[in-house]
Structure formats: structure tokens, C-alpha cells
Design a protein around this ligand. Structure first.
Ligand code: MG
Length: 434
């Protein structure tokens, strides 16, 4: 009689076959790249709520990234590889394509300049980051028809992707908000809204995007507009932050679509102390920002040294001092909209109490507290991320501790101290002024 039940041999064979199959599946799973959510997957369609830009779920979001340089002059960084590098290595969540309008820009070469912007938009969509399409003009009120043609095309092509942010006027000159810039903005916003009802629009403000207070007194009638606020730390200080506060008190949302760490002409020293004040301000108010600029021009604000590769992959030697500073700032930025998984001190185990003074002249004091005895490693890094001093690597008991960083032989500049206990790590920035 033929049995209808599988024999024991067949059962054992099947069992071994299944085991091998599961092991193989497990191996394949381990080999697959781990997919973490992109910024756009995390936050989706952005919109303005009160003075904040918020995610699709209504949580405040602050984007951080880089502006490219005028497209007609340094267009070589308008490519996929560069965008991918800025996302993966710099951890940018937004890139700004600064499409030139005059001086050989869109007005003279519309197809060439449009193609550059389109390449950047497509690359940002591929990378899952936000993209600002910037009409990089100082007299846009004289180019209304061209601006309408450009932005309605962009809206038709990309208005249904959450990645897109319109910036319809980079920096108006010292003209009237009410009589010049607002009428232009009203026209452009209404043309865009006829096609795309919901993507964020940034509106530049008079005096090179400083008069956000004027805009806030007579805002554009649209529920998804933020106003462009631009600063250069060597030129614009507390008085401009006060204008920003006035604008926010009047209910305006702001977007720092361009800023530099030097003077407003793009040159001079790096103003670390003032830049850190701006960073604190933007953190406190959850203001998104793009630094000017990804360029290999010989000027302070350019993030790259002359001749730096057009396709990313930049070594430390290819970054300028400001580029190294901004890259480090983006990577170590902490606010409630941070997407990256960063090492944080564990609850009640390790806490950095404070460091003082900041800026410091000769010696910085770092205070911290441990809930239990543990090995503590502490080191100081320069602005390029090179370790310049090993402060401590030792077991320490629970309680309060102090470390001192003597910098009298070191040049002025920005230094980062990193403290680590096991897997918990915290970093702090210290400005050394001689
Ligand atoms: Mg849309």
C-alpha cells in the first residue's frame, strides 16, 4: 500500500531545505542597504502655520542646506553627483538653485539656464530632499513676464511634488515693499497658485531681503508664504535680528534662503561669534537656512577652494574654511526637526552642564556630570575636524567633573570639544578669540 503521508526522510529533508532557505533570506536581508527615511519622506508637503514652517503632520521643520552660486557663472555644480554628495556627506535637507536672470542668465539664455535648474530639481527629488527654485534677480519687477513664464512652467512640471519650494524674488534693492515688491509678489503668487495650490513660496523683501518687518505689516494674501531674510554676519547683526523679531511678532514666517559668515560682499574674515549668534537665533525660532554658496571662487563665502571637483566627493583639502565650518554645523545641528540619528547622552547618565566663557580668550572650562562611574573620552577638534588635543581618556567616578582647555598657543577660531561615555556622545562649539 502506498502511504499518503510523507515519510520521515522527506520531512527531515524539507526541514533542512527550509532552514537553508531562511538562512539564505537572512543573509540577503543583511546585504541589502538599510533604507532610512529621506527628509521629504519624513516631512512631506511643507506649509506655513503661524510663524513656523511645518511638516505634513503639523510639526515645525527647519531645513538646512546650501545655495548653489549664480547659475550662469558657476553652473558646474548643478549636477546629480554634487546634489547627492551634499545630501549624503553634508547631510543637507535642502538645496537652492540660484538661477541667474540678468547678466547672461535666463533672460538671455532661457533654455540653458532652465536646464540647469531642472537638473537640480530632478536630483533633489531623487535624493528625497527639498529644492528651492530661486529667481536670482535684483530687479524682478522689470522682468514680470519672464518670471511668470518660468514659474508657471516649473509649477506645471513639479508643482505636484512635495520637494519644490518657489523663491520668486531673491533680493529686491532699496525699493518700496508696498509699491514695488508686493505688487510683483501678488502677481507671481496668483499665477503659481492657479496651477499649484499648495507648495511653499518664499518672497524676497526690500534692501537685499532685510526688510521683513515692512513685508509683515502688509503681507501677501496667501496662506503658504514665507519671507526671505538674508544676512551676512560681518555686516548684519542684532539690528537685523530685531527686524526679524518684529516680523515674527506681526505673524510672518521667515526663511533664511541665503546667508554668509563674512561681509555682505562675500569677502573678509569669518565672523564666528556673530554667526553663532545667528545660529542660536535660527535654532530658537526654527528658521530654515541655506548658506551661500557652493562655489570654488576665491572668496570667503565660497565653500570650496578654487578647482574643487564639480561632482562632489570633496576632500577636506578642497573645502574652504567657511565650507568646513558650515559642513560641520549642518552635521552637528540639533533642533527638534533633526532627521538623523545622532548620539545623545543617555537619560540621567551623562550630562554636559555648561562651558564658559564663550568666546574664551585663553582657557575654556567644561563642566559635566556622571550618574555612575564610567570611562570618559574627551578631545578637541579644529574647524576641519582634525583632533588637536586629547583632553581625557580615563575611568571617572559618578558626580561633577571639570575639564580645562588651554588654547593660548592655538590660533583664534572655532573649536569643537567632544565628550564620550560608551555610546553616548556630546559635542560643543567653543570660540577662541585671542
Ligand atoms: Mg503642489
Amino acid at each position: 500500500m502506498v502511504s499518503t503521508h510523507p515519510s520521515r526522510e522527506v520531512f527531515v529533508m524539507n526541514k533542512h531545505f527550509l532552514t537553508a532557505w531562511f538562512v539564505l533570506l537572512g543573509f540577503i536581508a543583511l546585504c541589502l542597504p538599510v533604507h532610512s527615511q529621506t527628509p521629504v519622506e519624513t516631512w512631506g508637503q511643507l506649509h506655513v502655520e503661524g510663524t513656523k514652517i511645518v511638516s505634513e503632520q503639523g510639526e515645525p521643520v527647519a531645513l538646512r542646506g546650501m545655495s548653489l552660486f549664480w547659475s550662469q557663472w558657476i553652473g558646474k555644480y548643478y549636477n546629480d553627483e554634487c546634489v547627492q554628495w551634499l545630501k549624503e556627506d553634508w547631510q543637507c535637507t535642502v538645496i537652492r538653485a540660484a538661477m541667474a536672470v540678468e547678466s547672461g542668465g535666463y533672460l538671455q539664455n532661457p533654455d540653458t539656464e532652465f536646464a540647469k535648474v531642472e537638473t537640480v530639481i530632478e536630483a533633489c527629488i531623487d535624493q528625497g530632499i527639498y529644492v528651492i527654485v530661486d529667481w536670482h534677480d535684483h530687479t524682478a519687477e522689470n522682468h514680470v513676464e519672464a518670471a511668470i513664464e518660468f514659474f508657471t512652467t516649473i509649477a506645471q512640471y513639479y508643482g505636484d511634488t512635495p520637494n519644490l519650494i518657489y523663491e520668486i524674488y531673491n533680493e529686491p534693492l532699496q525699493v518700496s515693499w508696498l509699491n514695488v515688491v508686493k505688487p510683483y509678489a501678488d502677481t507671481l503668487v496668483s499665477e503659481i497658485r492657479a496651477i499649484d495650490p499648495d507648495n511653499l513660496i518664499i518672497v524676497g523683501t526690500p534692501t537685499w531681503s532685510q526688510d521683513v518687518d515692512a513685508a509683515s505689516r502688509n503681507p501677501v494674501v496667501d496662506d503658504n508664504v514665507a519671507y526671505g531674510l538674508h544676512f551676512y554676519s560681518g555686516t548684519h547683526t542684532q539690528w537685523l535680528r530685531n527686524k526679524a523679531l518684529t516680523a515674527m511678532n506681526n505673524g510672518a514666517a521667515l526663511f533664511v534662503s541665503e546667508f554668509g559668515v563674512c561681509e555682505s560682499n562675500g569677502s573678509g574674515d569669518i565672523y564666528y561669534e556673530e554667526t553663532e549668534k545667528w545660529f542660536d537665533f535660527m535654532k530658537e525660532h526654527m528658521i530654515s537656512w541655506c548658506n551661500w554658496s557652493i562655489a570654488d571662487k576665491d572668496e570667503t563665502s565660497a565653500a570650496l577652494k578654487p578647482g574643487a571637483s564639480a561632482t562632489g566627493g570633496w576632500s577636506e583639502a578642497e573645502l574652504s574654511e567657511s565650507g568646513a565650518y558650515i559642513r560641520d554645523t549642518i552635521i552637528t545641528w540639533h533642533d527638534s526637526s533633526n532627521t538623523s540619528v545622532r548620539p545623545e547622552p543617555g537619560p540621567n547618565r551623562f550630562r554636559l552642564v555648561r562651558h564658559y566663557p564663550n568666546p574664551f580668550n585663553e582657557q575654556a572650562v567644561i563642566q559635566y556630570w556622571l550618574s555612575e562611574g564610567t570611562r570618559v573620552q574627551a578631545a578637541v577638534f579644529d574647524v576641519r575636524g582634525h583632533e588637536i588635543l586629547n583632553l581625557l581618556d580615563a575611568w571617572q567616578p559618578a558626580g561633577d567633573h571639570v575639564l580645562r582647555f588651554n588654547a593660548h598657543t592655538l590660533p583664534s577660531g572655532l573649536y569643537t570639544a567632544r565628550l564620550q561615555t560608551g555610546k553616548h556622545c556630546q559635542q560643543l562649539k567653543m570660540i577662541h578669540v585671542k
